[in-house]
Design a protein around this ligand. Sequence first.
Ligand SMILES: NC(=O)N[C@@H](CC(=O)O)C(=O)O
Length: 436
Amino acid sequence: MSETLLFRGAQVEGSSAADVIVDDGVIAEIGPGLSRAGATVVDVEGLVMLPGLVDLHTHLREPGYEASETILTGSRAAAAGGYTAVFAMPNTSPVADTAGVVEQELALGEAAGFVTVQPIGAVTVGQKGERLAELGAMADSRARVRVFSDDGFCVWDPLIMRRALEYVKAFDGVIAQHAQDPRLTEGAQMNEGAVSAELGLAGWPAVAEESIIARDVLLAEHVGSRLHVCHLSTAGSVDIIRWAKRRGVDVTAEVTPHHLLLTDELVRDYDARFKVNPPLRREEDVLAVREGLADGTIDIVATDHAPHPTEAKACEWHAAANGMVGLESALRVVQQAMVDTGLLTWGDVARVMSREPARIGRLTGHGTPLTEGQPASLAFYDPSPRRTFTTDDLRGRSVNSPYLGRELPGDVRWTLHQGTVTVADGALLDAPGVRA
Ligand SMILES: NC(=O)N[C@@H](CC(=O)O)C(=O)O
């Protein structure tokens, strides 16, 4: 039996206050002073109502690396962070390079029920960069794959990259490039700069990202196909994307929450929670990617949620895995870096963390405008509290968060996934709740 929910007094995308009635999975009514007999009234006075967040870059690790995360545990982490859809990267085992694996992931996401799990297909077989994977079969599968990436690895061969761009053009797909020249980053441990020189760690030079992006935007222009650039991390990369967009190249770009807030100074303690690919950069790069997100050069925020078991991080720096979890903390970090600094409004946050990721990924039913008749995938967020981020805030299987012990603003109070309550009054439900 469906229950009707009446959320009273939310700030719609941070602007005008309104009541919202959710019924049968959709926004039934939105406006001031609503009432509905029999509805359960929920007081959300002063909370920001956002469209359910959409993450275009999540590592859920299943199949194959379930010790780090599963589709169920990753879905829980996503819902806790206000997400209603995540795109799962293919660096699993087996790699998601066939229709079979992407359909398995889709089914596991549906069974979990916390968020929509949209698989990303690998560009090349086994992500080895040598032969195109079954892009068309994955596109035609029940998973309806439109985003293809070899994330973790760069599609380095320019002819393979050209062929991938040509192939996906036919069905409005997009190649999401992990821009890392492998030769310029052999053995790299952290950002190449003053800190790496001081610590004597092999550097990951900005040009290793920028040179790939420069090549790829020209290839995308040549082919006339969509290109998406993953985890932009340097000032130079922002300049290249800005230049490409002015040329009319159909390119989009993402930035992670950690590259909006953290720098390579944090590497000084050799705490491997701060080891990530691409690496944390300089303060100048942080300011440049913030400006890029604020002026629209960078289109979206994507978490690059990369869970690892404790033993993969509680070791000496060179042996540690790259990556940070980020789903539970993303909205709070974006508030700190972008909203509280006046660089984004809450309406902008809805655009860069929900509408645009859904559009780029061609995902229907998410990132829709908050209007009557739209699916009730919603997040209600309280921007006012400030408290220390701890493992109590984590809902996935791994705890490799760079924010542990750091004060962050905000709190996700309610999340609804297509009308189903997943977070109620600040608490993640053990299983998805009532479909209102
Ligand atoms: N972003 C990361 O630091 N790690 C990613 C893969 C990768 O991009 O290296 C992972 O899957 O762990």
